[in-house]
Write a protein of this length. Structure first.
Length: 139
C-alpha cells in the first residue's frame, strides 16, 4: 500500500439548522493493489480538545514535517487505517464514542507517524510495508 495524502479539516455549517460545526473530517488517500482509494473519518470535534488525555501529544500542531506543521486532525484517518486495516474496504467511518476513538491511538508509534508525513513532504508518497510497524509492542 502506498500512502499519497493525509489531510484533516473542520466542517462548517452549510445551513443554520445543521450540526456540521461539531465535527471534523480526516482523510487518507492511498493506492491499494493499483487502485486509488480515500478513507474519510468523521469524528466529534471535541476529541481534538482532549487528545492529550489519550495520546502522547501535548499540543496542536502535534509535530512538524520540515517547516510544515502537522495537526492532530491530519493524522486521525492514518491512525485509524493503521490500527484497523480492514477499513481499506470502507470509504467512510464515523466515530462518536470517546473510548472507541482513544482505542485507535493506543500503542501507536508516533515517531513512525511523523516519518509518514516527512516522506509525504519529501517524496509525495509513503510505501507502507506493514501496519504492525506502527504499533508499539509490549516489553
Amino acid at each position: 500500500m502506498e500512502i499519497i495524502q493525509c489531510s484533516g479539516y473542520e466542517l462548517e455549517k452549510e445551513k443554520s439548522n445543521t450540526s456540521e460545526d461539531f465535527f471534523n473530517r480526516s482523510e487518507i488517500t492511498y493506492i491499494d493493489d493499483g487502485v486509488e482509494k480515500t478513507l474519510h473519518v468523521l469524528y466529534v470535534r471535541y476529541f481534538d480538545e482532549i487528545f492529550t488525555e489519550f495520546t502522547p501529544f501535548q499540543q496542536d500542531p502535534v509535530f512538524s514535517a520540515g517547516e510544515n506543521p502537522v495537526y492532530f486532525k491530519e493524522i486521525v484517518a492514518l491512525v485509524c487505517l493503521l490500527k484497523n486495516p480492514s477499513l481499506r474496504q470502507r470509504k467512510r467511518v464515523y466515530v462518536n464514542d470517546q473510548q472507541e476513538f482513544a482505542a485507535y491511538f493506543k500503542n501507536v508509534n508516533v515517531e513512525k507517524i511523523a516519518d509518514v508525513f516527512q516522506a509525504l513532504k519529501q517524496n509525495q508518497s509513503y510505501k507502507l510495508r506493514s501496519p504492525l510497524e506502527f504499533i508499539l509492542q509490549p516489553n
